[in-house]
Design a protein around this ligand. Structure first.
Ligand code: FAD
Length: 514
């Protein structure tokens, strides 16, 4: 299946799914010399006609250092452009039931931010880059139906511009499944791989609502609430969050138990419920807008998927949501999917794997010099990826699940605030590592860092330290929590002993002195 371009024989990779992860994977492979076919089941999202028809999952999302590091590893200029079109959020803004607001910084020491980015901008720009690359061909309206991994042939059901449905085939040397939570590549792989697989729908669902821009002041539109925060209205068993958009609106997401949302089926029930739980948000969103969004927007479920292994021999791999869909409460689903691409790129690079099939291959900046038996090397590389990545993917999936309770409940409790203050105080003893310093290193150094020193809050490790793997972050945080618990217990014991001594002293003082 090797293709000849410019006198150099190239191997052919197919990437199924032109979501953000698939596009980045295509760019990464093309950069390493592969001829890439990028296959997308839906029409081109950049076309006006499909914008109206395609139901987007969420309007915007938070992208943090891991995602940016992955973009940077493939194309530093692209990472910089994304950061320019994003809105930095430096902390959570907690809105209590009385309408008070409290800012909780994400990184009090280093001042690092997460970034609100419109999903459409991210996906469209990545698609633009992929479509413009001479080694990538994008096929829209090509829905993968089956794959014969041993014959290295993928079959698609394609729709012609005239609307005719026909079968299409593609041969490949390497197949990447980036086709999202309901991945067909994963399903096809399950027929030939002893894959452990687990999926769980959580009891909560979500619906998106829009908070409009504020009034025009001095000729420009304003935001109704502070744009540099991720706003949370925690209400213990449910919550509302809001992320800023470039047009000065906010996209709000209401997460609540399915039964709670089912009860909200009439305009007056919806309004009364909002008046009771989110009166300040209701005033900002507006009653009419709220009712329109409730009627028009879908209520969506949240799924968590774990699989293992992620590959089949030296032929195929699943990445992104196809491999590890997670609940969105750590804001890491996409970050983690993009990181999959960076890690795969690092493993390939370290093993000297590229897409050139001829000995005339141009000099590529790899750590291994000379020719490599690509088929064997590819199998070993994919095996290494499956073996080392699993712990990290399980870790972030479980952390994401736990973070829901932190966001909707814990943030309101005094104990959370005390522990957070101690965490921050201890972290101030460890120097923070700025991302600008880390990013260029991450394209070269080992992808699984285990030598973490000092005290680093869990949120900082997960969100701002792509050099620390999710698994190590979780281990490290568990150790820090144990230290805090032991110190807390020791303080409590000392305080009780001191109290007891004081009482004893008070009772016996008379007897001792008189
Ligand atoms: P997708 O974006 O699902 O793309 C898969 C692509 O494959 C699609 O284009 C689809 O059409 C195509 N496809 C599917 N089947 C086929 C087929 N058979 N043939 C061809 N093509 C096919 N993550 C964050 O990092 N930060 C956040 O703040 C955040 N917020 C979120 C909020 C919500 C409410 C939700 C639900 C998720 C959030 N996420 C967030 C997670 C993030 O959206 C996903 O992790 C991310 O979109 C996964 O990207 P992907 O490219 O792997 O898959």
């Amino acid at each position: 299946t090797a293709n000849s371009t410019d006198d150099v024989l190239r191997k052919k990779a197919i990437v199924v799914g032109a979501g953000p992860v698939g596009c980045l994977a295509a760019l990464s492979l093309a950069k390493a010399g592969w001829n890439v076919g990028l296959y997308e089941g839906r029409p081109d999202i950049r076309l006006e006609s499909s914008r109206l028809n395609v139901a987007q999952r969420s309007i915007n999302l938070a992208i943090s250092s891991r995602g940016i590091a992955a973009l940077y590893a493939v194309d530093p200029a692209m990472a910089t452009r994304f950061l320019k079109s994003a809105i930095p959020m430096r902390g959570r803004m907690i809105h209590d039931e009385a309408g008070n607001q409290e800012s909780q910084s994400y990184d009090p020491q280093g001042g690092q931010c997460i970034n609100s980015l419109e999903r459409g901008i991210l996906n469209e720009e990545l698609l633009d880059q992929a479509a413009a690359h001479p080694s990538i061909t994008v096929y829209f309206q090509h829905k993968l139906t089956t794959v014969d991994f041993d014959k290295k042939v993928a079959s698609f059901s394609s729709t012609t511009p005239e609307g005719k449905i026909q079968a299409a085939e593609a041969t490949f040397d390497f197949c990447v499944g980036a086709d999202g939570s309901y991945s067909n590549v994963r399903r096809q792989m399950m027929r030939v791989v002893r894959m452990d697989y687990q999926q769980e729908y959580i009891a909560h669902e979500y619906i998106e609502l829009r908070m409009p821009p504020g009034p025009v002041v001095d000729g420009s539109t304003t935001f109704l609430i502070d744009p540099n925060h991720l706003h949370i209205w925690p209400r213990h068993s449910f919550m509302l969050i809001a992320l800023p958009n470039k047009d000065k609106s906010f996209t709000c997401t209401l997460f609540a138990p399915k039964e709670e949302l089912t009860r909200l089926d009439r305009p007056h029930t919806i309004l009364n419920w909002f008046r009771e739980h989110f009166p300040d948000a209701l005033a900002l969103i507006g009653e009419d807008t709220l009712l329109v969004d409730f009627a028009r927007n879908p209520r969506s479920s949240l799924i968590s998927i774990k699989a293992r292994p992620y590959h089949y021999r030296g032929r195929a791999i699943i990445i992104g949501d196809a491999a590890h869909s997670m609940v969105p409460f750590y804001g890491q689903g996409l970050n983690c999917g993009l990181e999959d691409v960076r890690i795969l790129q690092t493993i390939f690079s370290a093993r000297g794997i590229d897409g050139y099939a001829s000995s005339k291959k141009p000099k590529v900046h790899f750590e291994v010099e000379g020719d490599v038996d690509v088929d064997k090397a590819l199998e070993a590389a994919l095996e290494e990826y499956s073996r080392t990545r699993h712990e990290d993917l399980t870790a972030i999936s479980e952390l994401a699940m736990k973070n829901y309770v932190e966001m909707r409940h814990d943030v309101t409790t005094p104990l959370y605030r005390i522990l957070k203050a101690i965490d921050t105080l201890l972290a101030s003893l460890t120097p923070s590592v700025p991302f600008d310093f880390l990013a260029p290193l991450l394209t070269r150094v080992s992808y699984r860092h285990t030598q973490t020193r000092g005290w680093i809050p869990l949120y900082t490790m997960v969100t701002f330290r792509p050099d620390i793997s999710y698994g190590v972050a979780r281990e490290r945080a568990a150790w820090q929590a144990r230290v805090l618990r032991t110190a807390g217990l020791a303080t409590l014991s000392l305080a009780s002993a001191a109290g007891g001594l004081a009482v004893w002293w008070g009772i016996n003082r008379r007897r001792l002195f008189f």
